[in-house]
Design a protein around this ligand. Structure first.
Ligand code: FAD
Length: 499
């Protein structure tokens, strides 16, 4: 005799599901490509998981970028009567609901290298799949491997991955007439996410390719020259990061497209520096894949003994760009407004927080993940700890914001753009306005709100405590043995490059 479950299954329509996560595009998308080859109808879904929404690492700008990217894909899929169906609730509730409506055979998705909360989500969903006999097919992403214990052969595998043929999906027309009544976006959330600011890069697959092409054909020219310049890097860097982070473009597409434009390449050195960074990207994500606790636990456990100061007003001033250090404040304000800043300035913000203000890195980490439109857990947490000097095996870099300002914004153009209080200062004074009292008298008669802050900590001296701690821990036995353990796990042996 058939069980109730078997009878229910017999009358339900058999389908597969493509579960979109950080891979919002139509091409070079293995789950979509294989869903087409299975010759059974399939549903495409995206879930705004309410537990992850509340977690704190993401912010409205990310949800907006995702929503815009989905709308872009849906425009393209219209002619195939397909769309990404958006749901809003716990992922496990969504899959339970869909399993009630359909006989789901396979769920196809990419493996996600996420924070602990997203692993927990995946585990809860896996339990549902097990109980309902649903097969979950997960594809590798960006050359990152699950469960590896060393980096032997990792580089070779990465080159193999990015050189593999790009999967061009030919879409069939769907026969599913799916109108869902439950777990739809609440109206106020939908209104918020549909209201995407112009000051951020436009989202979507087409946009990603446009940005890549403009870099490949023209903008790469000064890539290496301006990579550390906070103003000029906005144009000369690839700016692909949000597209890669949310999967509007794959790392393989970016790599191959750049290689294809070889004949137009005006500056080979820049292009090589760019492709090297695509590999770093996967390298950092691979670290986080090995241990997602790097989100809030020390990579090198010897540093757990470090003593931070607790000062909520320092933290707030850092977050708002009100530290009295012009380059630090300009950088933070630019990041808040545009969602992007170049690598060196990101590193300087972390260094200022952890070394100059001696604040706990964990108190600043979500502020920055919220602000980065390109927030990618695998890069963010590992880079943050590295720049805070907490790995034990990387060089400790304590950034001097005055030196950085003189070297990388010598005329103060970037500062003037983002710190209007200093707009009338001349370029020789703008890096240390506190030395030039006249800057205050200029504004004294206007109103106090337009007066630029005094530095919240004294220049240079402020790093003494942090520097002493970092170096004394780095030299101790436990830190060294931890470094050894981490190097064995994360540092790759040199291999011959595949072209
Ligand atoms: C504290 C801190 C946090 C960071 N958090 C993120 C993050 O959440 N998401 C993110 O994409 N990048 C992060 N980065 C790395 C880097 O700053 C950005 O990738 C880069 O500035 C993005 O601009 P771009 O796309 O023009 O980069 P390009 O210089 O044009 O590089 C191309 C791509 O390579 C990758 N890449 C570049 N530099 C690095 C790097 N140092 N490490 C790893 N990958 C790199 C990115 O995917 C980037 O899009 C962080 C750096 C620091 C110091």
């Amino acid at each position: 005799m058939k069980s109730v479950e078997e009878i229910k299954r017999a009358v339900k329509k058999k389908i597969n599901i493509v579960w979109i996560k950080r891979d919002i595009r139509t091409q070079d998308h293995e789950p979509l490509y294989y869903a087409e080859t299975l010759n059974e109808d399939y549903l495409i879904i995206y879930i705004y998981d309410t537990e992850l929404l509340c977690y704190g690492d993401l912010s409205l700008r990310h949800h907006q970028f995702v929503y815009s990217s989905i709308s872009d894909v849906n425009e393209k899929l219209k002619k195939y009567k397909r769309s990404i169906n958006i749901f809003y609730d716990l992922s496990k509730n969504i899959f339970r609901y869909l399993a009630d409506l359909y006989d789901i055979k396979n769920v196809l998705s990419y493996k996600e290298t996420g924070i602990r909360a997203s692993w927990n989500r995946d585990n809860s969903v896996q339990r549902i799949f097990n109980s309902k006999n649903i097969n979950w097919i997960q594809f590798d992403k960006q050359g990152v491997k699950r469960g590896i214990k060393s980096r032997d052969g990792w580089d070779k595998n990465w080159y193999y991955y990015v050189n593999q043929e790009i999967k061009q999906t030919t879409f069939s027309v769907s026969n599913l007439s799916n109108k869902f009544e439950k777990f739809l976006l609440p109206t106020n959330f939908r209104n918020q996410i549909a209201n995407y600011s112009n000051s951020f890069l436009k989202a979507g697959e087409n946009e990603a390719h446009k940005v890549l092409e403009s870099f490949a054909f023209e903008r790469h020219l000064n890539y290496s020259k301006y990579i550390s310049k906070p103003l000029k890097s906005h144009k000369s860097c690839s700016r692909l990061s949000p597209y890669l982070a949310w999967g509007n473009i794959s790392v393989r597409q970016a790599y191959q497209q750049i290689k294809k434009t070889d004949s137009n390449i005006k500056n080979k050195r820049s292009i090589n520096a760019f492709t090297a960074r695509l590999k770093w990207r996967s390298h950092f994500i691979q670290k986080f894949e090995s241990d997602c606790d790097y989100e809030n636990k020390f990579i090198n456990r010897a540093y757990e003994n470090i003593k931070f100061d607790e000062n909520t007003s320092f933290l707030q001033q850092w977050k708002e760009g009100l530290t009295g250090y012009p380059l630090v404040d300009a950088t933070m304000r630019c990041l808040i407004e545009t969602g992007w800043i170049n690598f060196r300035m990101r590193a300087m913000l972390v260094s200022f927080l952890c070394h100059h203000l001696n604040q706990d890195w964990r108190n600043g980490i979500y502020h920055m993940s919220n602000m980065f439109l390109d927030y990618e857990p695998g890069i963010h947490y590992t880079q943050f700890q590295m720049q805070a000097g907490l790995t034990g095996f990387n060089t400790i870099r304590i950034y001097n914001p005055i030196k950085q300002s003189i070297e990388h914004d010598s005329l103060g153009e970037f500062i003037k753009k983002w710190v209007p209080e200093l707009r009338d200062m001349n370029s020789s004074e703008i890096h240390e306005p506190w030395l030039h009292n006249k800057c205050y008298s200029l504004f004294d008669n206007i109103d106090n709100s337009s007066k630029y802050n005094d530095p919240i900590v004294p220049p240079v001296k402020s790093v003494v405590k942090s520097r002493q701690q970092l170096w004394s821990i780095k030299k101790n036995k436990f830190a060294k043995s931890e470094s050894k353990r981490l190097m064995a796990l994360h540092v790759r042996k040199r291999t011959t490059r595949l072209k």
